[in-house]
Every structure is written in structure tokens, then in C-alpha cells.
Design a binder for this molecule. Structure first.
Ligand SMILES: *Cc1c(COP(=O)(O)O)cnc(C)c1O
Length: 226
């Protein structure tokens, strides 16, 4: 199957459940992204700043780029002029830097707080308590150039469906609680980004509004992993 065919298959399936598709193009070259673009897709996810900046420079400017990988504060300035959504915000310090760079560019940048839900040491993200702590902090409430539009999480890399489902369910419970406590009147807080190629069906059943799908659209990686 071609990239275009894979994409159209997912779009059809996801449109039916009103779930947004972020096509994860990490390690793919610009031509692969362009093939998906020409098939009508506009929302792409990347996890490395340098790769994202290089592709953004050569690809059509109406692409909505999502950063989905760990972001170092000293790299925020490279993506601040154009990034649509930073899905991987995992500290107040990072959020403050995003706010600063967004202001410099006369923008407001949409962000998701990445929440740690997996039973693994390797995943970045905030703990449930840290999410609440951040949203309560005076330093957060003064930020005018960032907007928290939802939460993001990555489930454990396991074949045990129940564990994955439980992790997504916990994140959904947190999402609902945060919505009521902090964003009751804010319509923009509505995204729950969870689900990848291997677990997106479970994620949607548990309330995902946004899935990040890479390998099953693009196939093999074309750029060597850093
Ligand atoms: C790579 C990646 C994805 C996509 O994973 P696939 O298994 O290729 O669909 C989704 N989310 C994040 C954060 C990723 O790094």
C-alpha cells in the first residue's frame, strides 16, 4: 500500500469517530510528507527539532506541525515562529520559555501537557500531581502567550491490552478532572492526544480525540534514527 492509500484508510476510519489524525513523519524524508500532503493531509508530527525545522523549511507552509518529542528549552526558539501545537510540555520551566518565544513572535502557541502514564522508566512526562501543581502555580497563570489545549500520553509498550486500556482510562479521568477544575469555561481545552499505530483503537475507545500514527502510514523509516 502507498502512503496515500494508508492515509486515506485512516482518515476514513477516524473521521467517522471525529478523531483528529496527526501523521507522524519522524525519520521520513520530505518527499514522503509531500506524498501525504498531496493526498490531502495537513497535520504532521515530528519528535526532533532539527528534523522538523529542516522539513518545515522545504515543505508547504499550510502544514500544521505538532512537536511530539521531548523539547529542550534552548531549542524552543527554532520552532516558535511556526509550530502549531507542542504536545510534549513536561515542565513549567519549558512552558515559560515557550511563552517567552511565542511573545517574541507575536503568537500564542497551543500546548498539551504530556502526562506520564506508562509503567516504564523511559517515558517523559508529568505525574498526575505535577499536572495539577503546574496549573495551580502563580507562574503559570501569568503566561499570556501559551494556551493549554489538552493532555497527551504514551501508553506502555506491551502486548497486554488491559494494561494499555487502564493507562488510557486513567489519563481520561485526569483529563475530565482537569477540565472541570481549571478549564470549565474554556472551550479550547478539549484535546486528549493518545494512541499510536499499535494502540489507537483502544485509545479511541477510551476517549482519545487525537491519535499520533507513524509507522503504519509511512512504513519503514527513511532517515537513520539519531
Ligand atoms: C513515534 C511516535 C508516535 C508514532 O508511533 P508509531 O508506532 O510509528 O505509530 C506517536 N507518538 C510519539 C510521541 C512518537 O514518538
Amino acid at each position: 500500500m502507498s502512503i496515500a492509500n494508508n492515509l486515506l484508510k485512516y482518515k476514513k476510519e477516524l473521521d467517522a469517530s471525529a478523531v483528529q489524525l496527526v501523521a507522524v513523519s519522524k525519520y521520513q524524508d520530505a518527499d514522503a510528507v509531500l506524498e501525504a500532503y498531496n493526498a490531502g493531509h495537513r497535520v504532521f508530527g515530528e519528535n526532533i527539532v532539527q528534523e522538523l525545522v529542516e522539513k518545515q523549511a522545504v515543505l508547504p507552509k499550510d502544514i500544521e506541525w505538532h512537536l511530539i518529542g521531548h523539547l529542550q528549552t534552548n531549542k524552543v526558539k527554532y520552532i516558535a515562529p511556526f509550530i502549531s501545537v507542542i504536545e510534549s510540555v513536561d515542565s513549567l520551566k519549558l512552558l515559560q520559555e515557550i511563552n517567552k518565544q511565542a511573545a517574541k513572535n507575536n503568537r500564542t502557541i497551543d500546548c498539551l501537557l504530556q502526562v506520564y502514564i506508562a509503567d516504564e522508566d523511559t517515558k517523559f512526562g508529568l505525574g498526575f500531581d505535577e499536572v495539577v501543581e503546574l496549573l495551580r502555580a502563580e507562574e503559570f497563570t501569568v503566561l499570556k502567550n501559551v494556551r493549554i489545549v489538552g493532555l497527551m500520553g504514551i501508553a506502555s509498550n506491551t502486548d497486554t491490552e488491559k494494561q494499555i486500556r487502564d493507562e488510557f482510562e486513567e489519563l481520561k479521568v485526569l483529563f475530565d478532572g482537569v477540565k472541570v477544575s481549571f478549564f470549565r469555561k474554556d472551550d479550547y481545552f478539549k484535546e486528549l492526544s493518545m494512541g499510536m499505530s499499535s494502540d489507537y483503537k483502544i485509545a479511541i475507545e477510551e476517549g482519545s480525540t487525537m491519535v499520533r500514527i507513524g509507522s503504519s502510514i509511512f512504513g519503514k523509516r527513511k532517515i537513520k534514527e539519531a
